[in-house]
Design a protein. Structure first.
Length: 323
């Protein structure tokens, strides 16, 4: 196992500084230096932490609003930048999921010092949480998978997997597309893909995503990477029948990237799982409704760790859970 850098350094300022209760720093896992966002007290022995994983082209910042809610409830939680995103080191050439598997496994081992962790993942983070849960040797108490791709995806994801249109255009245009045009398109598209209601999109979070596409070259590079990821997802879930820990599958009715049918499919593949369908949520419900997501994670953690919940959950009292 790669040695873990245990000293957390002071994190540089961010556009999404967030509440002061969110502690930011840097660590190294599996040879990848990354940023860590952490809240809550040090867990008592045997209680475990929430470990939150973000989606493709996202970062740990996507969890900041939910982390603030968890901090207020005294829940120990941590979010990390996955390799290739946020402030983490870039991915190396070769298979992406294998690199992410090694990284997530070391994160889980490190944060299980007080007890088994509860994994929560959105989109690609949901995929990595499921793959980690397939490994019996990892100290995982339960998993919340939110909008994991690769089961029943939207036409947009399938199109990217075959041959993204921007890459076809790149080969045919005599001149590169100006950067301001790329950014304008990204600012139009991103809120519509991530939020249930684009009008409610947070400017800072949208800027975080659009900052990944400063010019046409970087955009085609990211889309080429996305194409590789979609191809790898075709064989990403071969060990799902090996999941024995509690699994909550969250499907979102207004998700334009991963349809709610994907959640139903995952629920069917893991018979002991529970399915929650929220018709009013988009692809990133931690941005749509961070209070409800924090409550959901808090109560799920309490259930799998056999602890008494801190407060009543509005997310779970609604008639939205099936299965």
């Amino acid at each position: 196992m790669t040695a873990v850098q245990r000293e957390i350094e002071a994190a540089p300022g961010s556009r999404l500084a967030g509440p002061e209760v969110v502690r930011a720093g840097h660590r190294s896992f599996a040879g990848v230096r990354t940023r860590v966002l952490e809240v809550g007290p040090k867990p008592k022995r045997g209680t475990g932490r929430l470990v939150l994983l973000h989606g493709y082209c996202d970062s740990a910042d996507t969890w900041r609003p939910a982390l603030a809610e968890l901090a207020a409830a005294g829940i120990p939680a941590v979010a990390v930048d996955l390799p290739g995103f946020g402030e983490a080191d870039p991915l190396r050439p070769g298979a992406m999921l294998a690199q992410l598997d090694a990284f997530v496994a070391e994160v889980v081992r490190f944060y299980s010092d007080r007890g088994k962790v509860v994994l929560g993942g959105n989109s690609l983070g949901g995929t990595m949480s499921l793959r980690a849960a397939c490994r019996d040797e990892l100290p995982i108490a339960g998993v919340v998978s939110i909008a994991a791709p690769g089961f029943v995806d939207s036409w947009l994801v399938r199109t990217v997997g075959k041959y993204p249109l921007p890459l076809r255009l790149a080969a045919s245009l005599p001149l590169p597309v100006p950067g301001f045009v790329v950014r304008t398109i990204a600012e139009f598209v991103v809120p519509r893909l991530l939020y249930a209601d684009r009008a409610a999109a947070d400017v800072a979070h949208v800027a975080r995503f659009t900052g990944l596409f400063p010019d046409f070259r970087s955009t085609t590079s990211r889309l080429d990477q996305a194409r590789q990821l979609v191809a790898e997802l075709a064989e990403a879930y071969e060990g799902l029948d090996g999941i024995t820990v509690p699994l909550l599958v969250v499907a979102c009715g207004k998700d334009r990237l991963v349809t709610a049918a994907a959640g139903r499919r995952l629920h069917a593949l893991v018979p002991h799982s529970r399915l929650m369908l929220r018709e009013e949520w988009g692809h990133c419900p931690q941005l749509d409704d961070p209070v409800a997501i924090a409550d959901l994670l808090s109560y799920f953690r309490a259930g799998v760790l056999h602890k008494k919940p801190r407060r009543r959950s509005a997310a779970l009292t609604q008639k939205a859970a099936v299965g």
